[in-house]
Design a protein around this ligand. Structure first.
Ligand SMILES: Cc1ncc(COP(=O)(O)O)c(C=O)c1O
Length: 400
């Protein structure tokens, strides 16, 4: 698939303004300051803006409505997702909430049975109370998606790869089904990032991000974003930014802008390290199964190869071990930090059963393949030999 940066040369036509992803990640939305020549976007720590006469201003009135640092971030993110429009939010959840703001009581949403827990929570514990209905289906099965649609279905919401089993959903196929039913197709692209996967090019209407993860990249900021090519949708997202007010401050916007500059180099290393660890785990006698879409044994490998430029930095594996033994393994690493979240430069490890997926009843959890021995890792950009030695030491100390 590759040239030196992990992307196919024949795909360069997807860069409408002629610059490649690596160039746009550094420059899109960011001009040197015309007055001072300062290269970096200033942190416009500012709430209100001078008007020369009532209504006569330079594009900004109040920072909830718009802030120049945020504008630069929104333009940068839109460029990376090949989107005409971008809107930044205070968190990934705030961007998901904004898509749900589009719906009305009585509307129905089709979504995955393994979406991020916070997404499941806002669907069932917030919006069901506003009379929205949700169907949770196996998104790897296009027939199951189609069967779940009803007259009132207005939105198809999906993630790919999913968490924690790294299932792959056929974006093009899913978007087609949504459009046959005049519904919107929104994709949470947090795990893949636009460097590896651009859902709008594959037919999706909206891309949602938790900027907290790979786009920020350094575990030091919380943020969200929505990207679209549809001007009407963008206007509505802008309305909700202002009306609801869940917007990022200028400092957060600056941090994410700093993060996106190195997204391509970080993602290359995340992918390289994850692949090496997945291959090593595959041969480990205590490991029952490895979930990484880059492995040919992964059921979604072929679709992932078609719709992604590489396979990402997230993987899960199942130990032949009890809940307690597995808890001991994840507590025993030195380089991997036991923590939830993902996408930072540092490697994280977690056990879904008592941590990220603890809210799911045990029987239901086991049925979904989330066993007691399951471990999820967010592979960082440290030296891969240290990462493998760390996992080996932790597994051997408990199961060896
Ligand atoms: C796939 C996915 N989407 C959305 C979110 C929510 O993002 P945030 O924590 O920035 O609100 C998360 C957080 O873990 C996530 O993993």
């Amino acid at each position: 698939m590759d040239d030196s940066n992990g992307q196919a040369q024949e795909q360069d036509a997807r860069f409408p303004d002629g610059f490649r992803f690596e160039t746009r990640s550094i420059h899109a939305g960011q001009e040197p300051d015309p007055e001072t020549g300062a290269l970096m976007t200033p942190i416009h720590a500012n709430s209100t803006y001078k008007q020369d006469a009532p209504g006569d201003h330079r594009g900004y009135e109040y920072s909830r409505t718009g802030n120049p640092t945020r504008t630069d971030l929104e333009e940068n993110l839109a460029s990376l997702e090949n989107a005409a429009h971008g809107r930044a939010f205070a968190s990934g959840m705030a961007s998901i909430n904004t898509v749900l703001n589009l719906l009305e009581a009585g509307d129905h949403v089709v979504t995955g049975n393994d979406v991020y827990g916070g997404t499941h929570r806002i669907f069932t514990q917030v919006y069901e109370d506003y009379d929205l209905e949700f169907s949770f289906v196996d998104m790897t099965d296009l027939d199951a998606i189609a069967d779940a649609f009803r007259e009132e279905t207005e939105l198809l919401w999906l993630e790919t790869p999913t968490n924690p089993l790294m299932s792959i959903v056929d974006i093009e196929g899913a978007a087609e089904i949504a459009h046959e039913h005049d519904a919107l197709c929104a994709i949470d692209n947090t795990f893949a990032t636009p460097y590896l996967q651009r859902p709008l090019d594959l037919g999706a209407d909206v891309v949602s991000h938790s900027l907290t993860k790979y786009l920020g990249g350094h575990s030091d900021v919380v943020g969200g974003a929505l990207l679209t090519n549809d001007e009407n949708l963008d206007e509505r997202f802008g309305f909700y930014q202002n009306a609801v007010g869940a917007t990022p401050g200028p400092f957060e916007s600056f941090l994410v802008l700093r993060g996106t500059k190195t997204l391509p180099v970080r993602m290359d290393r995340h992918c390289e390290n994850a692949r090496a660890i997945a291959e090593w785990l595959q041969d480990h006698p205590e490991v029952e199964r490895v979930y990484y879409p880059g492995l040919e044994s992964h059921p979604g490998h072929e679709i992932a190869r078609q719709q992604m430029d590489d396979f990402g930095g997230m993987l899960s594996f199942e130990l032949d071990a009890s809940l307690e033994e597995t808890s001991e393994v994840v507590s025993n690493t030195e380089v991997f930090t036991l923590a939830e979240s993902l996408g930072g430069v540092e490697s994280l490890i977690e056990q879904p059963a008592p941590m990220t997926h603890a809210a799911i009843p045990r029987e239901e959890r086991l049925e979904a393949g989330l066993t007691d021995g399951l471990i999820r890792v967010s592979v960082g950009v440290e030296h891969v030999d240290d990462l493998i030695a760390d996992l080996e030491g932790a597994i051997d100390a408990v199961l060896g």
